[in-house]
Design a protein around this ligand. Structure first.
Ligand code: UDP
Length: 244
């Protein structure tokens, strides 16, 4: 197996499916099944989920809500999504799922304590890491890299909907666009490719955490990645390489 411990970053939109916001049961069950299959392969799984299907802090600014307040609302949205996924994972047969939150909400989730989270992963629990960093002014891209590093994940699996990797140009517009097999952190930053927030890519670069971008709608993509198959695009150190 190429990876034994992974951190999956899902956008809140993954829970909304075809809808522009909220939840869609089909989409939620798809997430649960994909995660459980991966876990049953013997891969230890942590998950950071965003909150964009409910609320993003940047939206609040336009409404006149102070950014720090709006971001707190966004973080609480990620707690709701994490609890939703705990429910779906459990009802789909996962027997030990934990939600750990950076904002204390003790009656519904455990506080995030790094060594305890590692202990849960060692014991085979699926661990949902909610409320981002617990601090405003970032999105969940940054805490997905942060938690991956803290929990000693070997890879950050960055799940996308509607694209299967990073291309030389927009494949919807240019038929000759080609997909990268690997792309360096520097290329992602210099070309300002909006695959993740730049601060998150920089943190990954400084700590040599590779990020695998893939299409979450494609069945079993995460299993294929963990087995070592060439799926999606790997952001890492070194030379850029295109698929033949
Ligand atoms: N957020 C925050 N600090 C964090 C993580 C998230 O303030 O450490 C807030 C921020 O407002 C963000 C929102 O939570 O917009 C929801 O997360 P995100 O936008 O990453 O959701 P996604 O786009 O992945 O669904």
């Amino acid at each position: 197996m190429r990876y034994n411990r992974v951190l999956i970053k899902l956008s809140g939109g993954a829970l909304a499916g075809e809808r522009t916001w909220g939840f869609e049961p089909i989409a939620i069950n798809h997430i649960a099944k994909e995660v459980i299959e991966l876990h049953r392969m013997g891969v230890e799984v942590g998950i950071v989920v965003g909150g964009g299907n409910i609320f993003r802090g940047e939206l609040g600014e336009g409404w006149g809500i102070e950014r720090a307040e709006a971001d707190n609302i966004g973080m609480v949205a990620t707690v709701i999504n994490s609890m939703m996924l705990r429910g779906a994972l459990t009802s789909n047969g996962a027997d030990n799922v934990r939600v750990m939150t950076a904002i204390p909400i003790n009656s519904v989730a455990e506080p995030y304590i790094r060594l305890r989270a590692i202990h849960h992963l060692d014991r085979g629990c699926i661990v949902l890491l909610a409320a981002g960093t617990g601090n405003p002014y970032v999105t969940t891209d940054y805490p997905s890299v942060l938690r991956a590093l803290e929990l000693r994940a070997q890879i950050l699996l960055s799940a996308k909907n509607g694209t299967d990797g990073i291309y030389t140009s927009d494949p919807q517009i240019n038929t000759d666009a080609r997909r990268y097999k690997t792309i360096s952190y520097d290329t992602v930053i210099q070309k300002n490719l909006r695959v993740m927030d730049q601060t998150a890519v920089l943190l990954a670069k400084e700590n040599s955490l590779s990020i695998h971008v893939f299409d979450f709608d494609a069945p079993s993509a995460m299993q294929q990645i963990c087995r070592g198959e060439d799926v999606g695009t790997l952001i890492t150190q070194g030379q850029d390489e295109l698929f033949a």
